[in-house]
Design a protein around this ligand. Structure first.
Ligand code: MN
Ligand code: MN
Length: 308
């Protein structure tokens, strides 16, 4: 199988069975490089649900995805064999069972030496994904786009929720806090000690003010280089709600779609082993604005993977 998207010039983009980027559906045993799969779970959100519907909506919207990156000058589907692996099994009313299923699904994929992109789901899904990645690659570099720090404490007596995954990832030793950046962070915070965890662990936090106060070019030039195995997690609420309204916990004053593109294009990542796009909530997504952006982020991540 050549793992090419179905041509829009043969079959119109509004036709055909919907898969990510109109790619073939594959089994893990087949000869592809990168598997894209859905994780339709939103049982760990603190506010608006709906992210369980993102994988099917992003598949639908990705019919508009194309393979040639204009500014990078590369045809990503010539460089990488990419497949749609379907959806990871989930249990909509049980987060711990869902986490176990995510780890089992991802372990199988990584055992077969594949890379992956996961489409959430709420941000709680990143922790089991990182546990699997850690078993395969050891402690990874971590690039985290978000309005929120996601290093928050227990809520309603529950340790695991979509606002605590990053704290657990550091505490479990899955990611290297000194090779971890958070991009797009902004208030309001719950309290003035919200940033203490990042400070104590040595995580670099790039707030929206860091990005906007000077020129974008200066900000991009100051981004660190990542050499070892790296994971990129993209929470769409890093964008301003004007650019990504379809999300569970929107925060005004965020990034624009173009700023996100520029940052993703400027990242110097030698070895992107896995990534995810989370927190797209189709019921709140006017005109599919947010799922279109998610498709673009997946495309940029594929381009990053094709480089190393
Ligand atoms: Mn998040
Ligand atoms: Mn967030």
């Amino acid at each position: 199988m050549d793992f090419k998207p179905l041509s829009g010039r043969e079959f119109p983009r509004f036709s055909a069975i919907k898969t990510f980027f109109r790619l073939p559906v594959a089994e893990v045993t087949q000869a592809f490089d990168v598997g894209i799969f859905g994780v339709p779970f939103d049982g760990a959100v603190s506010y608006r649900p709906g992210a369980r519907f993102a994988p099917s909506q992003v598949r639908e919207t990705s019919s508009l995805g194309r393979g040639f990156h204009a500014s990078r000058g590369l045809q990503v589907f010539d460089r990488l064999k990419v497949a749609d692996l379907g959806d990871c099994p989930t249990v909509p009313i049980d987060q711990s069972q869902t986490s176990q299923r995510i780890e089992d699904f991802t372990d199988r994929l990584l055992l077969a030496n594949k890379r992956f992109l996961a489409v959430g789901g709420d941000h709680s899904i990143t922790l089991p994904l990182l546990r699997s990645v850690h078993r395969k690659h050891g402690r990874v570099n971590f690039i985290h786009f978000d309005a929120h720090l996601d290093t928050y404490p227990t809520a309603w007596g529950c340790e695991y929720h979509h606002g605590s995954f990053a704290r657990h990832a550091v505490e479990e030793g899955l990611v290297d806090p000194h090779q971890m950046i958070q991009i797009g962070i902004r208030g309001p915070f719950v309290g003035k000690d919200d940033l203490d965890f990042a400070r104590q662990k040595g995580i670099r936090v790039f707030t929206i003010d860091h990005i906007r106060n000077g020129s974008l070019a200066d900000f991009l030039n100051g981004l660190p280089e990542f050499t070892g195995p790296t994971y990129l997690s993209f929470d769409v609420d890093c964008l301003d709600p004007a650019y990504a309204p379809g999300t569970g916990t929107p925060v005004p004053g965020g990034l624009t779609s173009y700023e996100v593109q520029r940052i993703l294009r400027a990242l110097r990542v030698r070895k992107l082993v896995a990534g995810d796009v989370v927190e797209v909530s189709p019921p709140y997504d006017t005109s599919e604005i947010t799922s279109l952006l998610a498709v673009d982020v997946l495309f940029e991540m594929l381009c990053l993977m094709s480089a190393g």
